[in-house]
Design a protein around this ligand. Structure first.
Ligand code: GLY
Length: 564
């Protein structure tokens, strides 16, 4: 090979590597940023910003788009939360968590002997909660959006109708759901094109029924989903498949604007989601504990650092199990106490740096939360910021849906405690705050978060991952605020997870050294490996220079941070 040829090949391969990595590396911009689990959906959000839309418009458009491009978690059949901070530092949240249907009861998952019917709260039409996403996006847009509603919904209609590029993530899922012997006819047919075949990666994938459902939402707003044709089809589907959601449930559903949970860390302000999510309370509790630590002597990724973080997690998750549930049903949640600096002082004194504490399994148990959720972060050039996490609970939710409507229903009812008073060491929990009741919202771990600095948004962050969400967001926030990591490093750095029970540290397999593992075991921790945790989508903003930096987690290969 001549030197010239060698240089050309080298240049081309470097360009290829750059193009490959650009999606997940840091992206810089001056006018705004959108980070989501699907690059084409981030592009939708950025186009909305370019049309003069604000961060809320971009978030709403991106969320509808993800319902088309990222159906494992992007949705109109599920629910979630938004944390919003405007350019003046004023904050609010939108709660669009699913609700239990009116006919739900706290013994609906038990047989005549009072025993939990195996899997019914996760894998049946009775696991479906009243969806909140459309109402939540509608409310956020109505109160804070700038562009017309139709303009922000239209790109998702276009993607569903005209198709978008079928990627490897979808192709792998399609292979799974069309495997021989899979008797789930809805999911088996879900990914097929008009010829009845699975699209090849790179082909366009059209979803005509979903396009029609989205068109009604575009034209009639929230009523296009909760009333009329769509509501009727949803109610018919439930009747036919043993579900209990009725037209009345749909008509009654309302998203709610709530005050955020507020905390602070060494001069930064933390805003996150209040109950019915447990994320904000646990995050603030853990950051308060970290503020008391001496990070001059505790180095990043040392056994002491990980021990301290795990002990903070253990305590926050114990409090989560004991106190948290839907605030409209639990009127005395001690939010002020749990998030206070005084409470952290007391808790911090209980931590022994040489020895792991023991989680008392006689009291409560592991909480159920699904793993497949998705997060998006947006910012506009005025400096308004949105942190939005929404979910179907499991990957592809209940894996049930009406062919006529073209979208998948959640199985969020599985986030309730299924059997009153029964707590088992295998993980079932029966405490009162999160038992099923008509119109109650199930407890969540979603932790959409915005950190403010001098009254302006500084960090916008969130993640999927069930209970691990709280801990991956916590460690990413700590990485940025305490260890001064740039956003991409903070996202990619080692994450661990402790949720009180089971009493173990789960760690990302390739990121924790064998030596550190031994030191942690010597302190009394049980360790369990896992390949990856979370898929964080974050933005940092330098308000003085007006520069946005976005990064998406490399664990989500089709994700993208796009700025302009
Ligand atoms: N379904 C996951 C969560 O809400 O935490």
């Amino acid at each position: 090979m001549t030197l010239l040829k060698f240089r050309l090949v080298f240049l081309l391969s470097s360009l290829f590597i750059l193009c490959q990595t650009q999606l997940n590396a840091q992206t810089y911009a001056k006018n705004g940023m959108v980070v989501s689990s699907d690059e084409s959906s981030s592009e939708v959000g950025v186009d909305i910003l370019k049309k003069g839309g604000n961060a809320i418009d971009a978030a709403v458009a991106t969320a509808f788009s993800l319902a088309v491009t990222h159906p494992s978690a992007g949705n109109i059949g599920g629910g979630g939360f938004i944390v919003f901070m405007n350019s003046e530092g004023e904050t609010t949240t939108i709660d669009f968590r699913e609700k239990a249907p009116l006919a739900a009861t706290n013994d609906m998952y038990l047989n005549e002997q009072g025993k939990l019917i195996d899997g019914i709260n996760h894998h049946s039409a009775k696991a479906i909660g009243v969806p909140g996403t459309v109402a939540g996006l509608y409310l956020a847009h109505k109160n804070y959006g700038k562009l017309p509603w139709k303009t922000v919904v239209q790109p998702a209609v276009d993607q569903a109708k005209n198709g978008f590029v079928f990627n490897w993530y979808l192709y792998r899922a399609a292979q799974y759901f069309t495997r021989e012997g899979n008797d789930n006819t809805f999911m088996n047919g879900y990914f097929r094109n008009e010829k009845g075949a699975i699209p090849e990666p790179g082909e366009l994938w059209m979803q005509n029924e979903l396009a029609e459902t989205l068109t009604l939402i575009r034209d009639k707003g929230r009523d296009g989903f909760y009333k009329g044709k769509t509501a009727k089809k949803i109610a018919n589907f439930m009747k036919k498949n043993g579900g209990i959601i009725t037209k009345k449930d749909l008509a009654k559903y309302e998203a709610i604007e709530r005050e955020p949970i507020k905390g602070s860390y060494k001069g930064y302000d933390i805003y996150s989601m209040p109950p019915p999510s447990s994320g904000g309370v646990a995050l603030v509790e853990m950051m308060n504990l970290m503020e008391l630590a001496d990070f001059e002597t505790i180095e990043f990724n040392s056994a002491d650092h990980l021990h301290l973080v795990a002990e903070a997690m253990r305590r926050a998750f114990a409090d989560r199990a004991e106190h948290l549930g839907d605030p409209d049903f639990n009127l005395n949640i001690p939010l002020e106490k749990l998030t206070s600096k005084a409470f952290a002082q007391k808790r911090f004194q209980e931590i022994n740096m040489a020895k792991a504490s023991i989680s008392d399994s006689s009291r409560f148990g592991r909480l159920y939360d699904g793993e497949s959720t998705t997060h998006l972060s947006t910012m506009d050039k005025e400096g308004n910021a949105v942190s939005l996490t929404y979910t179907l609970e499991y990957s592809y939710g209940s894996q049930m849906g009406s062919k006529e409507l073209g979208f998948i229903f959640n199985n969020e009812m599985g986030d309730f405690n299924p059997q009153p008073g029964i707590t088992k060491s295998n993980g079932q929990i029966g405490t009162a705050p999160n038992l099923v009741a008509p119109e109650k919202r199930m407890l969540s771990s979603m932790t959409p978060t915005i950190v403010g600095k001098k009254g302006k948004p500084f960090l916008v962050i969130g993640s999927p991952g069930g209970r691990t969400i709280i801990n991956t967001v916590f460690q990413t926030v700590l990485n940025v605020l305490e260890f001064k990591m740039p956003i991409d490093k903070a996202i990619e750095a080692l994450k661990i997870h402790h949720q009180w029970l089971p009493d173990q540290i789960v760690y990302e397999k390739l990121l924790l050294s064998p030596d550190t593992r031994k030191l942690l075991e010597a302190k009394g921790h049980t360790l369990k490996e896992r390949f990856n945790m979370g898929a964080l989508m974050g933005i940092t903003y330098d308000a003085e220079k007006g520069i946005f930096v976005g990064a998406s987690d490399s664990s989500q290969p089709d994700s993208g941070a796009i700025g302009y």
